[in-house]
Design a binder for this molecule. Sequence first.
Ligand code: KIV
Length: 308
Amino acid sequence: MSQTPNPQPAGRLTISSIARLYAEGKRIAMLTAYDYPTARTLDDAGIPMLLVGDTVGQVMLGYDSTVRVTMTEMLHHIKAVVRATRHALVVADLPFLSYGVTTEASLENAGLMLSEGGAGAVKLEGGERSARTIETIVRAGIPVMGHIGLTPQSIHQLGGHKVQGKTRDAGRQLIADAVAVQEVGAFALVLELVPEELAAAITQRLHIPTIGIGAGAGCSGQVQVITDLLGMSDEFTPKHARHYAELYSIVKAAAEAYQADVIAGTFPGPAESSRIDAATLDEILRVTPTSRPEMVESSRGIPLDRDL
Ligand code: KIV
């Protein structure tokens, strides 16, 4: 397999571009993105697929699980990521219960991710149990990425963030789930917290790319949560994540240095300030207290004669 980064495409990538990367045997890097500046940087770095994951709830909004995230919150972040990017295929996570309850609601919400959010595809959780929903959405012309293994929206049912598919029956069910998602037309499949041997075997059996997270190197691609990758928190980092930067310490040190400068009066300095010519300043300040009585009170304590 080639390990060279993909050249920047002329326009926005589509699911056909992803299928081409897969057909060429190139491993696919996907990252989550939730905001404009980060998405812009990841796009400039040539990341072909950005996932606006419902992890936004935990890593950006401070919820204790993804179950709390709403369509309105998702759309808010999706729009920012779409505005920021020129190349990446933006995949929008469908939040808890926005799909799979009624066909109408699933279709409407998936449609909103494209028509209002501007995303190029949606992602939803579940294997065989979500197959009919995926089929309906795909038939409406909306590309779908599946997601099996650990499915965080079912965390209350699964009883925690545990590796999935470790018993004979659970492993066989995962294979059945993967095949079901592929057969109803998904263009790619996230495998989360799956033993690497099983994830590799699933990848071998499918003809769509698998995107692993905590599923070993045998998947067709990988996805990571951007805040884990950048080391943006001093709290828990999952076992499957690798810090490629330590932004928590960098940002904290910057904030501390800034505060120290403010307290010392060394920020802002001449380079960060603007000046006015002395004559104009003189004219501005030549308002006598008697002509503007209300100024007397409000100007007390302000050193109007200081060297601006
Ligand atoms: O919401 C998310 O970020 C995800 C990834 C962990 C795959 O679903």
